[in-house]
Design a protein around this ligand. Structure first.
Ligand SMILES: Nc1nc2c(ncn2[C@@H]2O[C@H](COP(=O)(O)OP(=O)(O)OP(=O)(O)O)[C@@H](O)[C@H]2O)c(=O)[nH]1
Length: 346
């Protein structure tokens, strides 16, 4: 009897709420006594989201690249190692916010040639306020990438509805439905969604139906388990199925990681964030302030910042990762060094 590992793929632009949803999913399965595992992908060199996702969850970290392209080949081996070493009941793949989900589905399909797995859902989380903003001009690389992420979803969370009016939310629901008429659309705040409905039940380990073993020859030829969620193939638009196009859709995104060597003043840091160039559209990190007692997890997404008190386990450096397009790293570095008092002014 061979266990088929259910897989959920989380997609959505940078800062849309994927990790917020992931931590809800993990808590949900843990409460049922199940053992989830995570594949977490960051384009930066540190995994800040790992601090949020929950303790004691086996996690494969894939850093400094995007699983849909530069480190895509590693995905198969990361999944294989998780399955072999941890025997999880379910795996969630959280892609970087710049990933094209069709490429990830492709990579998972490759992995399913070697392991029994079943992609249950491809969930795309949308920052409603951000999409509303981009829908005015209806152009640009971020807009096109969001469109691809929405088109390939089997279910859509229209998140951050607290940042738009009721009429805007309704308009965005209609807008998104035109791009993807197949996926159910669930409007949410902080990804607060009925998880029974979203995730469905997982097959029980013990009672999972026996899959007849194939001959070695058959196994080499046939994919084992369904790699693509039902209905997803039908939704693939010609535009998003073209690998070359997809790869080029986020070549422009860059990241910069800054490690702090001393605490900084909280107000000065907030002023620095308020003055970030528009080209920096996501930042996250861990900070110690000179004027507070606690450490903070810092988040910045589509011009909104958030600070949460944390007590990280083990050695976690003070660090911030900035993600955006064509911004000047040395200008940021100079400003951050000035905050630390390493420079008198910028
Ligand atoms: N106002 C508001 N903020 C939210 C909502 N959902 C999530 N956030 C905040 O948005 C920020 C980004 O959320 P994450 O869950 O980290 O987003 P993400 O998609 O995982 O981000 P990346 O991993 O960088 O792509 C955090 O500060 C969240 O607390 C929401 O519904 N409303």
């Amino acid at each position: 009897m061979e266990h088929v590992t259910p897989i959920y793929i989380l997609s959505g632009f940078l800062g849309s709420g994927k990790t917020t949803l992931l931590s809800r999913m993990i808590a949900y399965w843990k409460a049922q006594g199940l053992r989830p595992a995570i594949v977490m992908n960051e384009i930066g060199e540190v995994n800040i989201d790992g601090l949020i996702a929950g303790e004691n969850v086996p996690t494969a970290e894939m850093l400094s690249g995007c699983i849909c392209c530069s480190i895509r080949a590693d995905l198969t081996s990361e999944i294989a190692m998780l399955v072999q070493n941890e025997k999880p009941d379910v795996i969630v793949i959280e892609a970087t916010g710049i990933a094209n989900p069709m490429e990830i589905l492709d990579a998972v399909a490759e992995a399913s040639l070697y392991m029994r797995m079943d992609v249950k859902k491809l969930i795309t989380v949308v920052d409603t306020a951000h999409l509303l903003h981009l829908s005015v001009e209806q152009k640009g690389k971020t807009y096109r990438l969001m469109q691809e992420q929405i088109r390939s979803a089997s279910v859509l969370l229209l998140n951050k509805t607290d940042r738009v009016s009721a009429a805007e939310k309704d308009a965005m629901e209609r807008f998104v439905h035109r791009w993807n008429p197949y996926a159910p659309i669930l409007p949410t705040e902080r990804c607060d969604v009925n998880l029974d409905e979203l995730l469905g039940s997982l097959p029980d380990h013990e009672n999972h139906p026996v899959m007849p073993r194939h001959s070695a020859e058959q196994e080499a030829d046939e994919p084992q388990g369904r790699a693509v969620p039902e209905g997803v193939e039908d939704q693939i638009q010609p535009e998003s199925s073209h690998a070359e196009h997809s790869h080029h859709s986020h070549d422009h995104v860059m990241s910069y990681t800054y490690y702090f060597s001393r605490p900084v003043n909280s107000e000065e840091f907030e002023n620095f964030i308020a003055g970030l160039p528009r080209d920096v559209y996501r930042a996250k990190g861990v900070l110690t302030f000179s004027d507070t007692n606690s450490r903070f997890l810092f988040q910045y997404a589509f011009r909104e910042s958030d600070f949460m008190k944390i007590t990280p386990q083990g050695r976690v450096p003070d660090v911030v990762v900035f993600i955006g397009e064509h911004f000047n790293k040395s200008v940021l570095q100079a400003e951050l060094e000035a905050l630390e008092g390493k420079r008198t002014s910028v």
